[in-house]
Design a protein around this ligand. Structure first.
Ligand code: SAM
Length: 171
């Protein structure tokens, strides 16, 4: 698989600030290349870019994206995560031979998204969270590899049994 992008639909800056930030950070941490958000939100861009600047990687964030164009022009498999879709166990082997665009909603997703997607995938057929759905999906898609990515960050966390160990480039 080449690159994975995430498209966040229906983000409302006043209501969804925290959840969309978590969608973006989970996407980055689990190996996605970038996130496109359908609503313009400079504050969200600032927060995510600050994490990239400190912790590394080449994760991109774009907000105010014309999502229909973005989906239409995407060169790869378009996957929409929805509790109404095909169970992830039955879908995952059919996805990911090329670039993948993963769509997650905030408020109700427009019905045409179900038609535009090549795969409508359920991370279990129960309602839960876009952050949980995205994390499980990306981990399954990359067979755990996303969590092993070396971000080559200015700040690096050294795993330890207790406490916190962070090393900085400047030390
Ligand atoms: N109320 C909205 C609706 O009726 O479409 C959905 C809200 S839900 C909290 C937000 C997003 O989480 C959904 O658009 C979907 O992308 C994702 N999601 C929630 N549960 C899911 C599941 N079981 N499988 C896949 N995605 C899920």
């Amino acid at each position: 698989m080449a690159e994975v992008w995430v498209l966040r639909l229906g983000h409302r800056p006043s209501r969804d600030k925290r959840v969309t930030t978590h969608v973006a950070l989970a996407a980055r941490a689990l190996g996605a290349r970038g996130i496109a958000v359908s609503t313009k939100d400079p504050e969200l861009e600032k927060v995510v870019r600050s994490v990239v600047e400190r912790f590394g990687g080449d994760f991109e964030i774009r907000t105010g994206v014309k999502w229909r164009e973005f989906v239409g022009q995407f060169d790869g498999d378009v996957v929409h995560l929805t509790m109404y879709g095909i169970h992830i166990d039955d879908a995952i082997e059919r996805i990911g031979s090329e670039n993948v665009l993963v769509i997650v909603g905030a408020e109700k997703v427009p019905p045409e998204v179900y038609q535009m997607a090549k795969f409508n995938v359920a991370v279990g057929n129960q309602p839960h969270s876009e952050v949980a759905a995205l994390a499980v999906f990306l981990d399954r898609l990359m067979k755990g590899g996303g969590l092993r990515k070396d971000f080559k960050g200015r700040l690096r966390i050294l795993p330890c049994e207790r406490g916190k160990k962070v090393v900085s480039d400047s030390e």
